[in-house]
Ligand binder design. Structure first.
Ligand SMILES: NC(=O)c1ccc[n+]([C@@H]2O[C@H](COP(=O)([O-])OP(=O)(O)OC[C@H]3O[C@@H](n4cnc5c(N)ncnc54)[C@H](O)[C@@H]3O)[C@@H](O)[C@H]2O)c1
Ligand SMILES: O=c1ccn([C@@H]2O[C@H](COP(=O)(O)OP(=O)(O)O[C@H]3O[C@H](CO)[C@@H](O)[C@H](O)[C@H]3O)[C@@H](O)[C@H]2O)c(=O)[nH]1
Length: 435
């Protein structure tokens, strides 16, 4: 099959590359010329393990190419993926302007039958809107097309693995012909396929993300209770997870979820609910719990250090999770300004996101380190926000000696309590007794 991909962010680039690896001819396009130039040089604009060799392999095989020529992509493809961003607007609603402009570009260059696949996460009703928009724009021209919703479920940091080993493909369609074309396209992935109507497919994506976010907010609330009752949330999660109906996945307590998806998708779902006068109070609680959870590390630092003014705090990890350079809605972007506003000097360590973090957070009272030990040298406290391998495997004996005060506030529960006790740290983690 010939696939055109509009948008080369995580979803467009990773899914386009994976589909090319199964023998399809894929052309990825973007309005960002700089991004396309970099991709042509195998300079991958995102940090994503395993992606560069897969891109290189498929470009060299002639299965994958990059262009800014969107009309060419529309003309030469049988299937067109819309994989543009749907960022959060100031009201919480998903901003559909990129989806609309992609749909307009497709309509303006449509010459023969195409299946238009919306891979972006879009509010329920968007597929129908895209269909109407394109139909209106092509007017009386005798060209047929179908719109399919095929939401993407990959995670950043394991995106290539998730795409190649997808657990399911959701295909929401208005017609049998388009559904079977997209079903056939997924055959090499040997995955479960669920065919639904357009609206249900769009809802599945939001429901899945909101449910996972709810698991996180739930376990974080249990963690807060564990702290008050002297229980250990890591044991509680494990015990809960032994029930296969619950499953232990997404029950890791910490400083709450961040990233380019959960915060924006829970807000968008809340906006959708309000638009139909439905009071989704459970979702409100998920979102509010997450916002409050971010600040628990600041409170713990105050409990241990007292006034933060004049204290030097080494913050380890800036990205919203390890193995990505994505800072979108990362807890660090909320926590660090609060530490600074309380008079602390922050030393920020991250293995991949320093340049971007510097642009967002600035330099006032913040210095940036790509060496974790330099950041910790002479610090009054260490605050862990991302469980990077560098953090999980740091030499604790060395760290204990380097720090001015051996205080670790751990927002990700990286270390066993016994180990931290034995190494001589004062250790405050999430939902576990203090050491
Ligand atoms: N990031 C993820 O892990 C992930 C996972 C699943 C689903 N999603 C969803 O997929 C969508 C894309 O997410 P992302 O993180 O890949 O987005 P992104 O913002 O990182 O990238 C989108 C790309 O689309 C390009 N673009 C915008 N308008 C265009 C147009 N008219 N023509 C060509 N290119 C255009 C932009 O220049 C940008 O490079 C979103 O709806 C998101 O919610 C993201
Ligand atoms: O037990 C857990 C699991 C995750 N998180 C946090 O939750 C956030 C999101 O993590 P993850 O889901 O691994 O990353 P994303 O790349 O944001 O992927 C989510 O969002 C994507 C975009 O919609 C979906 O495609 C994926 O299926 C969905 O997992 C991160 O801040 C994690 O630290 C926790 O706090 N506890």
């Amino acid at each position: 099959m010939k696939i055109g991909v509009i948008g080369t962010g995580y979803v467009g680039l990773v899914s386009g590359t994976c589909f090319s690896d199964f023998g399809n001819r894929v052309i990825c396009c973007d309005i960002d010329e700089g991004k396309i130039e970099r991709l042509k040089q195998y300079d991958i604009p995102i940090y994503e393990p395993g992606l560069e060799p897969l891109v290189r392999k498929n470009v060299e095989r002639g299965n994958l190419s990059f262009t800014t020529d969107i009309p060419q992509v529309v003309r030469e493809s049988d299937i067109i993926f819309i994989a543009v961003g749907t960022p959060m607007s100031p009201t919480g609603e998903a901003d559909l302007s990129y989806v609309k402009s992609a749909a307009a570009m497709i309509a303006d260059h449509l010459e023969s039958y195409k299946v238009i696949v919306v891979k972006s996460t879009v509010p329920v009703g968007t597929g129908r809107m895209v269909q109407r928009m394109i139909q209106e724009r092509i007017g009386n021209k005798e060209i047929s097309f179908d719109v399919v919703s095929n939401p993407e479920f990959l995670r950043e940091g394991s995106a290539v693995y998730d795409c190649m080993n997808m657990e399911r493909a959701i295909i929401g369609s208005t017609g049998d012909q388009a559904a079977s074309i997209i079903k056939e396209l997924h055959a090499p992935f040997e995955t479960r396929v669920l065919v639904t109507d357009l609206e249900s497919a769009e809802m599945i994506k939001y429901a899945a993300n909101a449910f996972l976010a709810a698991k996180i907010s739930f376990i974080n609330s249990i963690a807060n209770l564990c702290e008050r009752f002297g229980a250990d949330v890591t044991d509680v999660s494990e015990g809960m997870g032994l029930d296969s109906r619950i499953s232990g996945k997404f029950l890791q307590a910490g400083i709450g979820y961040g990233g380019s998806c959960f915060p924006k998708d829970t807000e968008a779902l809340r906006h959708m609910s309000r638009s139909v006068d439905y009071d989704f109070s459970m979702l409100d609680a998920v979102i509010d719990t997450n916002a409050a959870q971010r600040m628990t590390v600041v409170r713990k630092a105050q409990d241990v250090l007292g006034n933060l003014s004049g204290k030097t705090i080494a913050v380890l990890g800036l990205t919203f999770k390890p193995n990505t350079d994505d800072l979108r809605y990362a807890p660090s972007l909320d926590v660090i300004p609060v530490l600074v506003s309380q008079g602390a000097a922050v030393r920020a360590f991250d293995p991949v996101a320093l340049a971007e973090a510097r642009k967002i957070l600035g330099q006032e009272s913040i210095s940036y380190y790509d060496d974790l030990y330099l950041a910790l040298d002479g610090a009054d406290a260490c605050m862990i926000l991302t469980e990077w391998d560098e953090v999980l495997h740091m030499d604790l004996t060395r760290v204990q000696k380097l720090m001015s005060e051996p205080v670790v506030i751990d927002g990700r529960n990286c270390f066993p309590l016994d180990l931290m006790r034995a190494k001589g740290f004062r250790y405050a983690s999430v939902g576990r007794p203090e050491v």
